[in-house]
Design a protein around this ligand. Structure first.
Ligand SMILES: NC(=O)NCCC(=O)O
Ligand SMILES: [Zn+2]
Ligand SMILES: [Zn+2]
Length: 483
């Protein structure tokens, strides 16, 4: 059985050209003119791109006394409908729980996935057991480890734990990740705000000013540099954090920054909305910022100082958000976005001229595959790559609304936004999962993707750190010790 995508324009991170694509056995087998196959998908007037990869989701995650509402079934259904063909979720051990035990839990959840997936491993505590289990996690193809500098008393790790973990990751050829907010300062600001009667969702934003993110980003970068490990900073939301990343990259440090589509397109005014539910539904960490910070993020994507656009999809229903009525610190942190990342970024990025189509592919797919050790199997339109493809119709429009979304929750933070640029077809390893905008997926079709450690960036950084490591000075004569 062969499938051919005909008459489209292929857009990759570096090329735009007209050609057909033949698919067999889930892989791209030929790219060229005038191909034919058993099934033909017409891409006239459309762009054929690598399917999106969202490297930051939390599906069915235990958090703040509840579970995020989208699981691997609804979450990956939403992903595919928006043109995303792979996700990387976070396996999250509770403090005290082993990494391999947490992996078992995530394996039990992910069997229902419609699209391919992988996990990052979270390091939520530090011990000999965590140290000992890390190699097995990497051997299973999980090569990235997230650390929370926020959420004091829950998931947060301290600097000594961070440094120990980062050093271990360097030995293993893995990637360090951080949620960069100063948890100590956030805890103190939150307590003060509550004591002063600031209990509403807007106080969540007040408790997490941009300085807490700038400080933690800079600290994580310096600690990673001393450990000699590449660092990926999740949900970079402000100029202070972006500035730290930009400066580090200019100084030769190996750091990547990941803005979210929410921070690029929604701002802090959402928290001042008179409706409590409206504001609480948008509570996430870091919070939405103002236009100056948004411009900084867009400019970072265009200039290459920021590398990826993700969602941090962590969806809570209105009822769950209401756990925090009277105390903003109890509002479960997180927002959705899996179905909307690609259309929103196309609409507000490519259609406005802030991004080229090739940059769009880079930040939604190819850069993710390269950073996280799965390129060119994923993130590429190339012979031999998985046929994870999106046939993107740049003229197709819709108004985003919770009424028609795939996500299980009862609202959408992008409600009312009109997007132009939507998938016509979405293919996961050659299987058509979305056809003319309609979902035709298959629960359980998704496979776990093993990723390769010790990629080119790890190798280069380790070589440089070895070359420049402190060494004893060889001296010809050493004076006798004075007595
Ligand atoms: N971001 C957020 O508010 N919730 C999800 C968990 C996290 O990534 O911090
Ligand atoms: Zn986070
Ligand atoms: Zn997250």
């Amino acid at each position: 059985m062969t499938t051919v995508i005909k008459n489209g324009t292929i857009v990759t991170h570096d090329l735009t050209y007209k050609a057909d694509i033949r698919i067999e056995g889930g892989k791209i087998t030929e790219i060229g003119p005038d191909l034919s196959g058993d099934t033909e998908l017409d891409a006239t007037g459309a762009y054929v791109m690598p399917g999106g990869i969202d490297p930051h989701t939390h599906l069915e995650m235990p958090f703040m006394g509840t579970y995020s509402s989208d699981d691997f079934e609804s979450g990956t259904r939403a992903a595919l409908c928006g043109g995303t063909t792979m996700i990387i979720d976070f396996a999250l051990p509770s403090p005290g729980q082993g990494l391999l035990d947490a992996l078992k839990m995530w394996d039990n959840k992910s069997g229902r996935a419609h699209c391919d997936y992988s996990y990052h491993m979270a390091v939520t505590w530090w011990s000999q057991q965590v140290f000992d289990e890390m190699p097995e996690v990497v051997a299973r193809g999980i090569i990235s480890f997230k650390h929370f500098l926020a959420y004091k008393g829950a998931l947060m790790v301290n600097d000594d734990e961070l440094f120990s973990s980062f050093k271990r990751l360097r030995e293993l050829g893995a990637i360090a990740m951080v949620h960069a907010e100063n948890g100590d300062v956030v805890a103190e600001l939150s307590a003060r705000l509550l004591a002063e009667g600031n209990t509403g969702p807007e106080a969540h934003a007040y408790s997490r000013p941009t300085q807490v993110e700038g400080e933690a980003t800079n600290r994580a970068i310096m600690i990673a540099d001393m450990a000699g490990v590449p660092l990926y900073v999740v949900h970079t939301s402000c100029e202070e954090a972006h500035e730290a990343i930009r400066r580090a990259r200019q100084a030769g440090k190996r750091v990547w920054g990941e803005p979210l589509i929410q921070h690029l397109t929604l701002d802090e005014s959402e928290y001042f909305h008179p409706d409590w539910d409206h504001a609480a539904r948008r509570v996430m960490s870091p919070p939405f910022r103002n236009k100056m910070h948004q411009d900084s993020l867009w400019n970072g994507l265009a200039s290459g100082s920021l590398s990826v656009v993700a969602t941090d999809h962590c969806a809570f229903s209105t009822d769950q958000k209401r756990y925090g009525v009277g105390d903003f610190t109890k509002i479960p942190n997180g927002t959705g976005g899996l179905e909307d990342r690609m259309p929103m970024l196309w609409t507000y990025g490519v259609r406005t001229g802030r991004l080229t189509m090739n940059e769009f592919v880079a930040v939604t797919s190819t850069n993710v595959a390269k950073i996280f050790g799965m390129y060119p199997r994923k993130g590429a339109v190339a012979v031999g790559a998985d046929a994870d493809l999106v046939v993107w119709d740049p003229e197709r429009s819709k108004t985003i609304t919770a009424r028609t979304q795939q996500s299980a929750i009862d609202y959408n933070v992008f409600e009312g936004h009109e997007v132009t640029g939507l998938p016509r077809y979405v293919l996961s390893r050659g299987r058509v999962m979305v056809k003319d905008g309609a979902f035709d997926g298959q629960e359980g079709h998704g496979q776990f993707i093993e990723r390769c450690p010790n990629g080119p960036v790890n190798q280069a950084l380790s070589a440089w750190k070895d070359l420049t490591a402190p060494r004893p000075v060889q001296r010809s004569g050493i004076p006798a010790t004075g007595v």
